[in-house]
Write a protein that binds this ligand. Sequence first.
Ligand SMILES: [Zn+2]
Length: 371
Amino acid sequence: MDELPALAALAYNQEGAAAHEAISGKEIRGIGDVEETVIEGVSRYSYGGIRVYRIPVESFPNHVTNVYLLVGGEPTLVDVGFNSETGRNDLERGFAVVCQGFGERVSLESVSNVVITHGHGDHFGMLEHPRLKGKRLFMSPPDTEVVREYQTEYQEWKQYVAKLAQEAGCQVDLDQLFGHDRLAFDGSDYQLIEVHDQQEIIGSGTVHHTPGHSPGHICLGCGPFLFLGDHLLSLTTPHQVPKSGWGGAGLRVYLDSLAKVARLGYALGLPAHEEVITSIEHRAKEVALFHQQRLAELHYLCRQEKSLYELTRDYYARHPELIQASSIDELVAGDFVLALEEIKAHVEYLLDEGRLLMVGGESGVPRYRSR
Ligand SMILES: [Zn+2]
C-alpha cells in the first residue's frame, strides 16, 4: 500500500503544468532539457543520444508498473512488471509502439540487460517471460535472494507475517495473502550480476544503493535521468517495512536514502509507479516531512499504551483517505499486513529515539507508551 498526501498531489500538478503541444495523437513537451513525447500511452524521454521509453504494464488489477526501456547504448530494461496476462500483453504492445510509433529497431530478444530495482513481485515477476531469459540481470543483494530462491523466500515471508500478526495482537488469514508460491524461473535462467553502490554498469549507468523500501533497493542514474524504482514516487509515499523483519531496511535508513537521492543532482526522476518527478529534491523533502508528521502523531496516540494492532487501527481511523477504507479491519489481508508493517517501521524509529517505551511484552504482545 502506498499512500497519498494531498499536498503532494497538488505540488506535482503545479510542476507538471508544462506546455503541451498536440501533434496528431503525439504529444510533446519540454521538461528542462529533456523532451517528452507520448504516443499511445508510451512516453519517450530523450536527452542527447539517450532515449528512455516508459511502458505502463498492469502487474495486478489497478496496479501499474512503469517498465523503462533505455536505448542509445546497450538496450536495457529497468524493472519488468509482474507476469500477469495483462502485464505480458502490455509489455509486448509497448514494444510494438516503440518500434512502429517511435521508429526504434528493438525487440524483447535484442535487449541486453535487465536491471531490477528491488525484490518485489511487481518489479521482477515478468522474469518468467521466456523471451527475457538468458540476459544479464543486475540486482543488489540481499534482494537477489528472491530471484535465486523464490520458493524459500516466499515461505519465509509467510512465517514472518504470522509472527508479525501474533506480535501485533491480531489475526491474519495467511491463505488470503499473495498466493504465487512459485515462479517459473530461478537464478540459473539469467546471468545474475550483483551490484553495489557507485558501480558503473550497462555502459552509461551508475548504481545508487538506496535501502529502505527494501534492503537491496537501488536507483540507477543515467545522463540526466534517475530511475527511482519504489524509492520515491510522485503521489504516494513508498511503503515502509520494519527493520526487525527486513534486516538492512527500515525507516531510518530510508530517510537517509531519501536525503541521498535529493543530493545527487539528477534532473528527472523516473519512478516505477505514477508520474515522472521533475524535482527529486523537492519531492524527497515532502516525503520526509510526511514521515516526521506521522512519527509525531503516533507518539501522541501512545499517550495511552497500545499494541501494534491498536496503534495501527487508531492511526488509520484518523486517516481513512490513506487506505480508502474507514478501518483497517475492512482491508484485504495483504493491505492489512502492509498497514501493520508501515506503523511498525515508525514504532521502531520512535523506540530507537527513546520517544516510545515498550511495556508488557510478556504475553508476546508488546505494548507501546510515549515518553
Ligand atoms: Zn512497486
